[in-house]
Design a protein around this ligand. Structure first.
Ligand code: FAD
Ligand code: DHB
Length: 390
């Protein structure tokens, strides 16, 4: 098989890249390890930045997003039992976030690719990438017991944090920068109408909690837990009780109901520099991970492939490698801004085991400053809705 761009991974990064390239008349093939059903049902992110929504609209993949996405113009920060609204749109000239499940973004992009003849190979085993330091790199994989070889000009490593592409960068070339946090998030999806109109980020002595939603009938909630915790120890009753305690404020109460899905995710910050080696370009979680507190991972993945698609199109159009050469540095500038924001939100809102009273007072002071100062609130708001794209 021959294509111009071989894309490893059919997550938001890989599918969006394939779609953007198609719009520029560039052929690509997507190779995905999992089944289509699996990737379209994997429950993960839900917060889309203004820039992500604008791009989905611009490239014609927003019919369902426009119908079902929930536009949010503020968030609540809850501490000491009092909720404080951060009016994001007022502080950012009208920008907003949209709640729309990542699996719906993946489904919409898959439908768009297949409708225009896009080639997406699901259930591909043993994917290997070779020859990225030559003009004809190769991606090989097994489907239906057959070994296939894809010869291409460029490989896009969009295969997430546990993918194979990052390891193709020689150790002598790449630098991995990393922080682990001493906690994770237990996330649930529940068949119960959301109890609040806006997202509530709660700082509590027992740990962080977050109330989010997916639709008028589906809630999405998270609890800070020890990352080594066994999910089996968290009965539905225990989860609802703990959420009720951490999210309690005023006369507000949390409605409960059947839990449809639950999982525990560890939290880390991670960056691989550079994001390119020869003809291999990393994008999304393959190159960087942020803790979810800032709701940024999916948005950063989409930004990477937007930059990459432009650079690849420029190369085919002009023959100049200038844009491709600038890819890593351009992306890393935004990656580090988002790393800082996500680390800052995480540090401000979680309970750190081992923190003494001094650190707890600093945390409290930071929260009071953010809700009390329009300048500090604007810093949160403009990063949360997403700084302008390059
Ligand atoms: P992925 O979505 O991980 O896609 C990679 C794809 O590659 C997968 O389909 C995988 O199966 C495939 N793959 C892996 N290995 C191989 C291989 N060897 N060969 C072929 N295919 C392979 N982000 C936000 O912006 N907002 C949020 O609110 C948010 N909340 C989150 C909540 C949770 C609980 C979690 C876990 C994450 C959250 N994120 C959030 C992060 C977001 O989900 C990720 O950043 C996003 O999925 C990155 O997209 P991606 O396409 O780079 O990677
Ligand atoms: C959701 C996830 C996040 O990481 C976040 O900060 C806010 C909301 C969500 O899944 O709805």
């Amino acid at each position: 098989m021959r294509t111009q761009v071989a894309i490893v991974g059919a997550g938001p990064a890989g599918l969006m890249l394939s779609h953007l390239l198609h719009r520029s008349g560039i052929d690509s093939v997507v190779v995905e390890r999992r089944s289509r059903e699996y990737v379209e049902q994997r429950v993960r992110a839900g917060v889309l930045e203004q820039g992500t929504v604008d791009l989905l609209r611009e490239v014609g993949v927003s019919d369902r997003l426009d119908r079902e996405g929930l536009v949010h113009r503020g968030i609540e920060l809850l501490f000491d039992g009092v909720a404080h609204r951060v009016p994001m749109s007022d502080l950012t000239g009208g920008r907003a976030i949209t709640i729309y499940g990542q699996q719906h973004v993946v489904r919409d992009l898959t439908v768009a690719r297949l409708a225009t003849g896009g080639r997406v190979h699901f259930d591909a085993d043993d994917v290997t990438v070779s020859g990225v330091d030559t003009a004809t790199p190769r991606v090989t994989f097994t489907v239906d017991g057959r070994r296939e070889e894809l010869v291409c000009d460029i490989v896009a490593g969009c295969d997430g944090f546990h993918g194979v592409c990052r390891d193709v960068l020689p150790r002598s070339v790449r630098q991995l920068l990393e922080r682990e946090y001493p906690f994770g998030w237990l996330g649930i999806l529940a068949a119960v109408p959301p109890s609040a109109d806006e997202l509530i980020y709660a700082h509590h002595d027992r740990g962080f909690a977050l109330a989010s939603l997916r639709s008028p009938t589906i809630s999405r909630l998270y609890l800070q837990v020890d990352p080594r915790e066994d999910l089996a120890d968290w009965s539905d009753r225990r989860i609802w009780d703990e959420l009720g305690i951490r999210l309690a404020h005023g006369g507000w109460s949390l409605g409960d109901g059947p839990i449809l899905e639950k999982s525990i995710t560890p939290m880390r910050s991670f960056v691989c520099e550079p994001m390119r080696y020869g003809r291999l370009f990393l994008a999304g979680d393959a190159a960087h991970i942020v803790p979810p507190t800032g709701a940024k991972g999916l948005n950063l993945a989409v930004h990477d492939v937007y930059v990459l698609a432009e650079a690849v199109a420029d190369w085919y159009r002009t023959g100049s490698e200038t844009s491709l050469d600038g890819y890593s540095a351009t992306c890393l500038r935004r990656v580090w801004r988002v790393q800082h924001f996500s680390w800052w939100m995480t540090s401000m809102l979680h309970r750190f085991p081992g923190h003494d009273a001094f650190e707890q007072r600093l945390q409290r002071s930071q929260l009071e400053y953010v809700v009390g100062s329009p300048a500090a609130a604007t810093t949160l708001a403009e990063n949360y809705v997403g700084l302008p794209w390059t």
